[in-house]
Write a protein that binds this ligand. Structure first.
Ligand SMILES: CC(C)(COP(=O)(O)OP(=O)(O)OC[C@H]1O[C@@H](n2cnc3c(N)ncnc32)[C@H](O)[C@@H]1OP(=O)(O)O)[C@@H](O)C(=O)NCCC(=O)NCCS
Length: 163
């Protein structure tokens, strides 16, 4: 059975493991070095009721996570967040990402956010389609802003504005 719930500090090891795997194997994130638990603790601490983190738990194992992070520390941006969404490799393609996405967007709405931005690397068509199915609109492309695994990469910007 799959449960989606608020993340706690006890989940941080599993969240970090899923994220570090994506850092090392994918261009979904432009981080290039695995995160330490210390770095992750400060990431966790920068979240809370307004900027939530959710985990997907299946039979006691964390199989994915999603977060809404502060877009900028300049105060006028405080109702804008950036989404992150990661599912453990062997659990992808089973509907978990979609459920996490719907749940984190609901949390953002409850928290009073006005808009959510997604930065999605060119070629990650699954994520682009998934975001669009949840109401994100394509608002632009940042050309050649990242370099990973020896390749220059574009980033698509998508945005959802809450009604
Ligand atoms: C992107 C990601 C979060 C999606 O999570 P997921 O659990 O694999 O996705 P789901 O099973 O919920 O599928 C979501 C949609 O994508 C489609 N999809 C998923 N995997 C697919 C695949 N390999 N090929 C084609 N379509 C696929 C599903 O059919 C579904 O579409 P539908 O709603 O029209 O049926 C996950 O693949 C992941 O963690 N990828 C690596 C990290 C990443 O790219 N994160 C996003 C950064 S912006």
């Amino acid at each position: 059975m799959l449960t989606i719930r608020q993340a706690t500090l006890n989940d941080l090891d599993a969240i970090t493991e899923i994220y570090n795997d994506a850092i090392l194997k994918t261009v979904a994130t432009f981080d290039t070095e695995p995160k330490t638990l210390e770095e992750q603790k400060s990431w966790f601490a920068s979240h809370g009721p307004k900027y939530p983190i959710l985990v997907a738990e299946q039979d006691g194992t964390i199989v994915g996570w999603a977060s809404l992070s502060m877009w900028s520390d300049r105060c006028a941006y405080s109702d804008t967040a950036e989404i992150s969404l990661y599912v453990e490799e062997t659990h992808r393609g089973k509907g978990i990402g979609k459920k996490l996405l719907e749940a984190i967007l609901q949390e953002g709405k409850k928290a009073g956010l006005h808009t959510v931005i997604a930065r999605i690397t060119a070629g990650n068509d699954i994520s682009i389609r998934l975001a669009q199915s949840a109401g994100f609109e394509h608002i632009g492309v940042m050309k050649e802003v990242g370099r990973k695994f020896g390749k220059l990469l574009d980033v698509h910007l998508l945005q959802k504005i809450y009604d």
